[in-house]
Design a protein around this ligand. Structure first.
Ligand SMILES: [Zn+2]
Length: 225
């Protein structure tokens, strides 16, 4: 086919335009389908709960790379309970999660500082607060256990939570409902007490998710609040 120079120029220009448009559409599509940090955690939990963990990022090469600088993609605030190990539950590896653990996943200034540090320095875009079934700290609060030493500070902190106070003492499922209330309380507390975190949430740069881990079926569920 013989094209006039003007037509030839027009043909090349049109072809380029079509190609660029196609590339842009492909990029946008890829962006939409991009896996979020929460997707990654929930997929990991599905592997763990179905007893098919892959134990990613535990090879020597990866660990040596992480020794130079860490790149956690999520902050997890959870209970110190020995059965609630976040890297195992979410099937993640070395350098993936920045974890803050206290009994009853309660937080104060020091814990907030750790969360802020991860958000600020490692640009984590996700904070997951993970409560769990049959939490001993919540149970101690319900049972009015006599708490010696600094353990009392944990119970006192839980006692002050408005979401927990709202649950009836006659609730047949009081322990589990209190676990959920506590987890939601901590999730709200993080943004309420940290202007740094609140600003990032308002600017859609950060997300806080409340969740509950079930000790019997090994599944994590997202809590709505
Ligand atoms: Zn616990």
């Amino acid at each position: 086919m013989h094209l006039h120079p003007c037509n030839k120029y027009f043909f090349i220009k049109s072809t380029l335009l079509v190609l660029i448009t196609a590339m842009l559409v492909a990029c946008t599509h890829q962006e939409i389908k991009k896996e979020t940090g929460l997707d990654k955690l929930m997929k990991g939990n599905q592997r763990f709960a179905s007893l098919r963990p892959t134990h990613p990022n535990e090879d020597q090469k990866h660990m040596l790379e992480e020794s130079k600088a860490q790149h956690p993609f999520a902050v997890v605030v959870c209970c110190s309970d020995s059965r609630v190990a976040p890297e195992l539950i979410f099937d993640q590896g070395i350098g993936d999660l920045f974890v803050i653990r206290t009994a009853g996943n309660i937080i104060g200034g020091l814990e907030l500082g750790s969360i802020e540090y991860a958000v600020e320095h490692f640009k984590c875009k996700l904070i997951v607060v993970l409560g769990h079934e049959n939490c001993g700290a919540i149970k101690a609060f319900i049972d009015h256990d006599e708490a010696p030493g600094h353990i009392k500070e944990i119970i006192d902190s839980i006692t002050k939570e408005s979401e927990i106070k709202a649950i009836s003492i006659n609730d047949k499922d009081r322990l589990d409902h209190s676990v959920i209330a506590n987890t939601i309380h901590v999730s709200k507390q993080i943004s309420a007490q940290s202007s740094l975190i609140k600003e990032k949430i308002d600017n859609k740069q950060l997300q806080i998710v409340a969740s509950r881990y079930d000790l019997n079926d090994f599944k994590v569920s997202i809590l709505k609040y």
